[in-house]
Design a protein around this ligand. Structure first.
Ligand code: AMP
Ligand code: ZN
Length: 467
């Protein structure tokens, strides 16, 4: 059986066959770094991470490029309200994006090209588009893509050609389907752009958002590559515009498989600041949730299905992770050094897990099989029917599945040296059975917002409001 992905281009589930056998070239639209990424953005990055991890698990070599949109309408507007340069303004958001990905155990891309470092490549593409009469400079000095020069325009979103208004122009980076029109490739400088501009054959200005991704994708992955992803909001206009630009320049198909994730809803509603349900990862960490719990919650529904992100959901994940950790420590106690054969119940679960994941990454089904395995495993442990070799083989299986899921291992808490010292003192007092002093140290932890739990594998530190 091969992996099947739902291709937005064909609206069908297709058997996945990369252009070069064994090798996958993947482009995922990255963050617009004008603000902190929100938890909805992370649904998209998480699904892409899962897909990449699963391709690797199934034996493919993956080259992953994720761009950083560090110049577009939103970024310029936000930057103009400060006295910083664009690079200064975007830096903290880029840094926190990397940090959040680490907290969520998202595997880094191979390259994170920033749009502002690739303006020359964008200009080169626009020059070709003008030569080929797919683009023109308008009276306002900006350069626009002539949509009726590309007969397949709008093929990804299946735009009704009747409704197209070529010759009418839209100069914003983001617009709706009912505004289908010639879109901006290069925007002439206006006062509102302040210090943000580059020199070009059309005078000073800046690139439009869509040409950024075409230029960076082609530079790093070639003219035709395997998979391009984003959230559903990227389908139109962003991805259709990318196709029109890239295919008009190269004369070749741009991408073989287009994958898009459904939007995340939060506490039953569209996430927005006014609805009070707008979360960044750091808000959730401050509330005491962990990156591991958030990761699990974001992967709990198949990527094209609705997912309603709730605090209750996070609490359920915490309980499920507790079960999983308890199962693992149970196995640890039984396991020998060398792995024997996998017990039949575990081998079946692995096959079922793979079958669900092959089916367009059905995490919901795959996770159900994982937890069935935990129940079967617990029964085997209770019945004392698990040999040390079998227990080791099940632990190895969990590690193998975790290369895909990335949340089966308890997070290693990075403890600052002062806390580590306190922890050592407490262990010392406990070893001497000096309970009064051990309790005093415990109180000191509480005062600092931590709680110490004694587990079979030693003391564990948790933030106070985590169970
Ligand atoms: P942006 O920074 O707005 O360009 O978005 C970055 C990525 O996050 C894109 O792939 C978007 O499609 C995706 N995205 C934005 N909002 C959501 C949401 N609520 N749920 C899922 N993905 C989203
Ligand atoms: Zn993009």
């Amino acid at each position: 059986m091969s992996i099947r992905f739902y291709n937005t281009m064909t609206r069908e589930r297709e058997a996945f066959e990369p252009i070069n056998p064994g090798e996958v070239r993947l482009y995922t639209c990255g963050p617009t770094v004008y603000d902190f990424a929100h938890i909805g953005n992370f649904r998209a990055y998480m699904f892409e991470d899962l897909m990449k991890r699963y391709l690797v698990y199934r034996g493919y070599r993956v080259t992953h490029v994720m761009n950083l949109t560090d110049v577009d309408d939103k970024t310029i507007r936000a930057c103009a309200a400060t006295d910083q340069s664009l690079k200064e303004y975007t830096r903290p958001f880029i840094d926190s994006f990397y940090e959040d990905k680490k907290t969520l155990n998202i595997i880094p891309a191979d390259v994170y090209p920033a749009a502002t470092d690739h303006v020359q490549e964008m200009i080169a593409m626009i020059v070709i588009l003008i030569e080929k009469e797919h683009a023109y400079q308008a009276d306002d000095g900006s350069v626009y893509y002539r949509i009726d020069s590309f007969p397949d325009y709008g093929k990804l979103a299946r735009i009704d050609r009747e409704g197209m208004r070529s010759g009418v122009r839209v100069d914003t980076d983001e617009y709706e389907k009912d505004n289908v029109a010639d879109f901006a490739l290069w925007k002439a400088w206006t006062e509102a752009d302040g210090e943000v501009f580059w020199e070009s054959p059309w005078g000073k200005g800046r690139p439009g958002w869509h040409i950024e991704c075409s230029a960076m994708a082609i530079k790093y992955l070639g003219e035709t590559f395997d998979i391009h992803c984003g959230g559903v909001d990227n389908i139109f206009p962003h991805h259709d515009d990318e196709i029109a630009q890239s295919e008009a320049v190269t004369g070749k198909p741009f991408v073989k498989y287009w994958l898009h994730c459904a939007h995340l809803r939060v506490e039953g509603k569209k996430m927005s600041k006014s609805a009070g349900n707008f979360h960044t990862l750091r808000n959730l960490l401050d509330e005491g949730y962990s990156g591991r719990e958030v990761r699990f919650e974001l992967l709990s529904a198949q990527y094209r299905k609705a997912l309603n992100f709730t605090r209750d959901g996070l609490k359920e994940r915490r309980v499920a992770l507790g079960r999983l950790d308890a199962f693992r420590s149970r196995l640890d106690k039984i396991a020998g050094e060398d792995a024997g054969d996998l017990p039949a119940w575990a081998a079946t679960s692995e096959a079922d897990f793979q079958q669900e994941m092959d089916d367009d990454l059905n995490t919901q089904g795959a996770l159900a099989h994982l937890f069935e395995m935990v129940s079967a495993g617990n029964r085997a442990c209770e019945g004392a029917s698990l040999s040390p070799g079998e227990a080791r083989a099940v632990l190895d299986l969990l590690d193998r599945l975790d290369t895909v899921l990335g949340f089966l291992q308890a997070e290693a808490v990075e403890i600052d040296p002062e806390l580590q010292d306190l922890l050592d003192q407490r262990q010392h007092f406990r070893a001497e059975k000096n309970w009064a002093e051990a309790d005093r140290v415990r109180d000191e932890f509480s005062a600092r917002g931590w709680v110490v739990k004694d587990t079979s594998v030693g003391p564990e530190l948790k933030k106070l409001n985590q169970s």
